[in-house]
Design a protein around this ligand. Structure first.
Ligand SMILES: NC(=O)c1ccc[n+]([C@@H]2O[C@H](COP(=O)([O-])OP(=O)(O)OC[C@H]3O[C@@H](n4cnc5c(N)ncnc54)[C@H](O)[C@@H]3O)[C@@H](O)[C@H]2O)c1
Length: 336
């Protein structure tokens, strides 16, 4: 096998995955699926030779589909992912992995019962600025971490309506649905938060079924503390400004700013030098995701952003939602 042949289910974000795929030599698109015939026809027009379906089960029956991208509304992730694995396909499932821990567990179990790969599309792990920050932190450039913060500020009233009503699902709290990006980022940098406390309100999207603004504070391993702020009703451009504080320096990185700032205390001269790193603003680096999954399949190597990682992000996010509702600090384990 020298190529991975992909099928894509859901042609909203799925189209971004298809574009990413076209950049990867060892990935090939063979089939697509969407219940919306207009979207399906539009996609097939752009990719002659690719076959299209409105029923995802028909796509799963094809022998020329080795791996499937599940890019449908969150509530469908579990059903489609488990069906795809049971049909012998590898899967890249969009974030959040699922809306409940029960669904996450079923997806983990399905992947554990086979040799098929299951990757969750937490795309911040492929965002150039966040990758660079992680590399600097892992190399010890800012010393011992003591505080991490990230935010997901995204005005959902600006997301075009037709395809997005599923976001009004009461199980899709803003802190989980979009906020999982920021939660996953701080988990990736600082490890699994084991205590979470949160406050939330709803002053912007007053008809939304969940709170629209949440602040969570978290305790991480190695005595690191941190916070995640999520607003899905804020009046500003989409951003994920993130700051990582260490004993020797601080990194400020934002997926909408082409410059990452690194402040380092140089002990010899005793002052702080801000260094500016140019970074690409490729916030949806689907090519990076597809390349990673394709390599893992072709070389049979483990996936970093696997099912347990995806479920751990859901668990941390749901702990914050629970805390905001109960007013209690929530202790979190990561046994799946
Ligand atoms: N990684 C990211 O940054 C990012 C960005 C946006 C969305 N997402 C995720 O991608 C997923 C899809 O979001 P979106 O913005 O593309 O939504 P969308 O509504 O634009 O697209 C979803 C598509 O799925 C199709 N669909 C619905 N039910 C289906 C079914 N049973 N079979 C086949 N197709 C079906 C719809 O017709 C629609 O075209 C969600 O899980 C979302 O959280 C991730």
């Amino acid at each position: 096998m020298d190529k991975v042949r992909y099928g894509v289910i859901g042609l909203g974000m799925g189209r971004a995955h298809i574009s990413g795929m076209r950049e990867i030599m060892r990935a090939e698109l063979t089939a697509v699926c969407d219940t919306n015939e207009e979207r399906l026809a539009d996609c097939l027009k752009s990719y002659p030779g690719v076959v299209g379906y409105t029923d995802y089960k028909a796509l799963l029956e094809r022998d020329d589909v080795d791996a499937v991208v599940v890019a449908t509304p969150d509530r469908l992730h579990r059903e489609m992912t488990v069906a795809a694995i049971n049909a012998g396909k590898h899967v890249l499932c969009e974030k959040p992995m699922a809306l409940t821990l029960e669904d996450c567990q079923m997806m983990i179990d399905a992947s554990r019962n086979t040799d098929r790969k299951l990757m969750i599309g937490q795309i911040c792990r492929f965002t150039p600025g966040f990758m660079r920050a992680k590399q600097l932190i892992d190399n010890g450039e800012i010393g011992d971490l003591f505080f991490v913060e990230s935010e997901y500020a995204h005005d959902y009233s600006k997301i075009p309506g037709t395809f997005s009503n599923w976001r009004l699902d009461p199980l899709r709290h803003g802190f989980l649905g979009g906020g999982c990006h920021a939660v996953d980022l701080v988990r990736w940098i600082a490890g699994n938060p084991y205590e979470v406390a949160a406050f939330a309100n709803k002053k912007m999207l007053v008809d939304w079924p969940t709170d629209d603004c949440t602040i969570a504070i978290m305790k991480f391993p190695n005595d690191v503390i941190g916070k995640v702020f999520v607003s899905i009703g804020c009046k500003r451009n989409y951003t994920m400004r993130s700051v990582f504080y260490g004993s020797k320096g601080t990194i400020i990185v934002d997926n909408t700013n082409p410059v990452m700032q690194v402040f380092k205390t140089e002990s010899d001269c005793g002052f702080t030098v801000p260094m500016l790193y140019p970074i690409s603003l490729n916030n949806h680096n689907t090519a990076g995701e597809i390349a990673s999954l394709t390599d893992a399949i072709l070389n049979d190597i483990p996936i970093e952003m696997d099912a347990v990682e995806g479920a751990s992000t859901v668990k941390a996010a749901l702990a914050a939602v629970e805390s905001s509702k109960t007013g209690r600090i929530v202790k979190v384990d990561y046994d799946f």
